[in-house]
Ligand binder design. Structure first.
Ligand code: SF4
Ligand code: SF4
Length: 379
């Protein structure tokens, strides 16, 4: 296992993400504890010492199971990370209830790493609003030793991250972003990496294979990768891409079975960053994938004032693209939709077509929103 240095700690470069643990009967809230235990044993034996969970993963069960499984190991032998669930605005006033509950669920006295979860357009105002006291409370927990390192995870755009950093950046020790060769351009992750570098904040990576989307590629693209590195399989390229960034410290993979875990552990036996030519090749493949994106919305916002339902059309279309690119609908789209009011959902569109008249991309917005709602099983 490769280790990276963080403030004198040796963190395994591959971290165990606990949002896609094996489940029983396809029910996300019923984790297969025996299968997960076997995976944790393998992680520990392979040198993985970083475990990431969150309040909402597996309908609240991830923290409980992770706590149960890690209690078999010496507390000093692993680093545990969790997050404050501000992706749901109802939680904003509840940090003093939720944080102690999380420690209890995880059966620990402290978190090694703790984050503001999913800082984005929808919650930045609340995260920065002193009336909720989230930042003050978390800083108090840090002083009390219940949080060793404080950071944030971000799904928001560059400007949102910048705003958050301008407010709290001096106290942020790490930041978890979605970084992979597809999002490097598609979600402007390149600029986010550079922004964090300016702030001297190391990068934690989530979605390295984009929920499995980058684990398999069409035949032609797979052949190009095989030609460049005959010994490397397709998912390994996603990790080699990340190994090419010096500020990337921990890469979290939400592994669901032993095969994935074993393959990823093998990849992390060696650090093999991409050469310039290999980087060009993989980013070229990403560009081809981006061309297949469902809706070419540029988030210009021209349409927004024309919507009688006050829908955040560019945001909904961005989520639609996420869901389409992923194939499975990803976890981001359902989570983001759950944080929107019932009358701000894709199916809330009343088909008035006012928005289309001003869209420079000539997108058939109501049709696309309808398709999105259907894909999410909402219509
Ligand atoms: S068609 Fe739908 S999204 Fe467009 S303006 Fe009308 S209600 Fe809003
Ligand atoms: S006007 Fe068109 S391109 Fe602009 S934000 Fe709306 S849907 Fe996207």
């Amino acid at each position: 296992m490769i280790y990276n240095d963080f403030q004198g700690k040796k963190l395994s470069a591959l971290g165990m993400g606990n949002m896609r643990l094996p489940v029983l009967n396809g029910d996300d809230s019923k984790i297969d504890v025996d299968a997960a235990r076997e995976m944790f044993d393998y992680c520990m034996k392979s040198g993985i010492n970083y475990y990431d969970t969150a309040y909402g993963y597996h309908a609240g069960q991830s923290e409980i199971v992770v706590g149960e499984l890690l209690k078999d190991y010496d507390r000093e032998s692993f680093y545990l990370a969790s997050k404050f669930p501000g992706y749901d605005l109802n939680n904003m006033p509840k940090v003093k209830e939720i944080f102690p509950d999380q420690l209890k669920k995880c059966q620990v006295d402290y978190f090694d790493f703790y984050m503001f979860h999913n800082v984005c357009e929808l919650n930045i105002n609340q995260y920065l609003d002193p009336k909720y006291g989230i930042y003050d409370y978390l800083m108090e927990q840090k002083k009390a030793g219940k949080i060793k390192h404080l950071g944030f995870s971000a799904h928001g755009d560059y400007d949102v991250m910048k705003r958050f950093l301008e407010a709290y950046g001096k106290d942020m020790e790490f930041c978890q972003i979605e970084l992979n060769y597809y999002d490097y351009r598609f979600q402007n992750a390149k600029a986010k990496v550079e922004l964090l570098k300016e702030w001297n904040i190391p990068v934690w990576v989530m979605e390295p294979v984009r929920g499995g989307q980058l684990a398999t590629l069409p035949e032609e693209q797979t052949a190009k990768l095989k030609e460049a590195r005959p010994d490397e399989d397709v998912p390994a390229w996603a990790f080699r891409f990340l190994q090419s960034f010096p500020t990337v410290t921990v890469t979290l993979s939400g592994m669901s079975n032993m095969d994935q875990l074993k393959a990823n552990v093998k990849t992390y036996e060696e650090n093999k960053p991409l050469s310039d030519d290999e980087m060009k090749l993989i980013l070229g493949i990403a560009d081809e994938m981006i061309e297949r994106t469902a809706v070419p919305c540029t988030a210009c916002h021209y349409c927004v004032p024309h919507c009688p339902m006050k829908l955040d059309i560019p945001f909904l279309l961005k989520l639609y693209n996420e869901a389409m690119a992923d194939g499975s609908g990803s976890f981001i789209a359902p989570m983001a939709l759950a944080s929107l009011d019932a009358d701000k959902q894709p199916e809330s569109c009343i088909n008035c077509h006012s928005c289309e008249k001003v869209c420079p991309q000539t997108i058939h917005i109501p049709e696309e929103l309808k398709k999105f709602a259907v894909k999410m099983g909402r219509a």
